[in-house]
Design a protein around this ligand. Sequence first.
Ligand SMILES: Nc1ncnc2c1ncn2[C@@H]1O[C@H](COP(=O)(O)OP(=O)(O)O)[C@@H](O)[C@H]1O
Ligand SMILES: [Mg+2]
Length: 306
Amino acid sequence: MTTKLTRDQILALSKAEKISLIYKIRIQYERGEEILIELDRCLNSCIAGNPQPTGLMLVGPTGAGKSTLLDQFVAQHPRQPGEKCDIVPVLRVPIEKPANVGNFMTSMLKAYGDPLAATGSLARKSSRITTYVRESKTRMLMLDDIHDMLEPGQIKVTAMTSDWIKTFIKESKISCVLSGIKGRSEVLLESNEQLGRLFPDPEEVYAFQFDTDNPETIKTFRKFIYSVEVLLPFPEKSGLSELRTAHKIHIATGGLIGYIMELIRYAAIEAVNRGVDRVDEELLHLAFRKRLASERRGIKNPFTND
Ligand SMILES: Nc1ncnc2c1ncn2[C@@H]1O[C@H](COP(=O)(O)OP(=O)(O)O)[C@@H](O)[C@H]1O
Ligand SMILES: [Mg+2]
C-alpha cells in the first residue's frame, strides 16, 4: 500500500512514481467499511450445516464505488494455489451479453481459469462448474453490473439465467452477491420470487451528501476529501477539505466518488507535471473543465482560475 512510504520518501519520488501513487489511492470510508463487514458476514455464513448462506444485493448509482468494494473484498480473500487446483474463496464473474445460461456458465468457467471454458454442452459445463466449486472451496459467487442482464427484449433469457443461478446457489450452498445500478437491478429479485427469497433487502451505496441542515453529512464528506488529500505527494497542504473548497468539490461532483477522484486525480497529476507544491483552485478549475464538464452538463464550473 502507498501509505507504507514515509512522507519524505514520497516527496523524493520521481514524477512518474508520484503519478502512479496518485492512481493507486484507495480510501476507506464508513459506508464502504460497513459493506465490507456485510460481505464478510455473508462469506462466513457459508459453513457446513447452513442450508442456505446469506446473499447480498448491493445497489447504487454509477460511480458510487460498488465495483471497487467488490475488488477490495476479493483482494482480502485472494485465490491461492491448492493441491489439485487453485483455492478460490470468492469467484467474481463478469456478465457477458447476451446473458444467457450458456454464456454465463462459460464466464464462470473462465473465472476459474478453465482453458476450455467455452466448450461442451450445458450439462457438461454445469457438472464442471460443480466440480470447480467443490475443489476450489468456493464460498461466494459475485456478479457485478447485473443491470446488464436486464435489458429490454431479454426478459426470457434473463428469467432462465436467474433461474439457473437460483438453483446453482441453492444446490452448492454458497453465498451470492449481486451488484448493480439502483432502480435497474432490484427487478431481478422481484421477478424471480424464489431467488428473491434468498436475499435480504438491498444494501445501498450513495453519493456523499452536503446538507447544511445536516452537518454530519458535511463532516463525513470533508473527512473523505481529507483522506484523499493526505495521500497526495505534495510538500504543501492543498486545503481541499476546507469548508469552502469541499463545498465546491461537492457541487462539481455531486458527491460521487468516481467524479471526486477523477477531479482530484487530474488536478494532482497536473500539479506533479508542472512541478508545483500543491493542488490549487486553478488546477481544480482546469480538472473540472477537462474531465467533468461534459458529464456534469449544466453545472457551472465552481472553481475560479484567476
Ligand atoms: N474507496 C475508494 N477510494 C478511492 N477511489 C475510489 C474508491 N472507490 C471508488 N473509487 C473511484 O471511483 C471510481 C468509480 O468507482 P466504481 O467502484 O467503479 O463505481 P461503481 O461500480 O459504483 O460504478 C473508481 O474508478 C475509482 O477511481
Ligand atoms: Mg461498477
